[in-house]
Design a protein. Structure first.
Length: 284
């Protein structure tokens, strides 16, 4: 029954995405439908493809900063069982240049994603396990799941109510974002017993379904991480697009920030770019 429900939601969402229509929350939607709106936004499932250059800033508890430059590309297929294919790579500095991941996500919510990690020093892509989804993504505060592989079927959801977002002051630019915006406050409980969290919250903006903020709680119910996202409407179709993604580890004081730049949609990317063979041939 659970699989059937999620397949139905995915088929409905795919139809909207293929038509180029950006989904939005509507009165009367179930909590699962609201979460699916966010899933479509997070992975730009309403577009044909997506690319961006990324500035990655890592700040430790002593406020020391390291910066990296990255690149991300995604093709949204929604056919032959494939939902989307996505890769992320570092292009500088030299110490991490060429480190990359390739992810294939499937339409069937019961089929696990496939993911490969490429390390230039080994000159070979290594397949990773879904059991690694709680691991740090490339040395950041973010997990693999948060950046590349999350899907709605991984959790169950409870709508707490509609609340005004208190605002978030960004470590990146010092601005306070979205104070007073009405949000659906949703609690999410993991289906996998092996995950490190007991629950997390989603603050989904009522007007457009964008997730402004997440709070992540450990097995003892203590909040140990927050994630903030800012958005802009990008391109001729005004796609809602993540610009700043900011994660804070409340235990260590570490902060990781991704700033997406030079964002492009619907360029006609070819699927063969998103292969393991191509991943191993990339020259950055």
């Amino acid at each position: 029954m659970r699989k059937t429900r999620w397949l139905l939601l995915i088929v409905m969402a795919a139809g909207m995405a293929l038509a180029g229509e950006v989904p939005k929350p509507k009165e009367g939607m179930s909590v699962d439908q609201l979460i699916d709106v966010w899933y479509q936004i997070q992975f730009t499932r309403f577009a044909r493809d997506y690319t961006s250059n990324n500035k990655v800033i890592l700040i430790d508890r002593g406020k020391a900063r390291r910066e990296r430059q990255g690149y991300r590309a995604r093709i949204i297929l929604q056919q032959h069982g494939i939902d989307y294919k996505d890769y992320v790579a570092f292009v500088s500095p030299a110490a991490v240049k060429g480190v990359a991941t390739l992810t294939w996500s499937y339409l069937d919510p019961e089929k696990e994603r496939e993911q490969w990690l490429y390390l230039p020093s080994l000159k070979k892509a290594r397949r990773t396990s879904p059991a690694n989804d709680d691991d740090s993504f490339m040395g950041s505060v973010f997990t693999v799941e948060e950046i590349t592989s999350w899907r709605p079927s991984y959790e169950t959801y409870k709508l707490v109510g509609v609340k005004k977002f208190p605002g978030y002051k960004s470590e990146y630019d010092g601005k306070t974002y979205y104070a007073g915006d009405d949000c659906y406050l949703i609690e999410a409980f993991p289906r996998r017993q092996t995950t490190l969290r007991s629950r997390r919250t989603f603050w989904l903006r009522k007007s457009d379904g964008c997730c402004l903020f997440q709070e992540v709680f450990d097995k003892n119910g203590k909040m140990y991480k927050t994630l903030f996202r800012s958005y802009q409407l990008v391109g001729p179709n005004s796609y809602p697009t993540q610009i700043i993604i900011e994660g804070k580890d409340l235990r260590t004081g570490d902060v990781s920030i991704v700033v997406n730049e030079e964002i492009k949609f619907d360029q006609g990317l070819k699927e063969n770019i998103f292969s393991v063979e191509n991943l191993q041939k990339m020259k950055w």
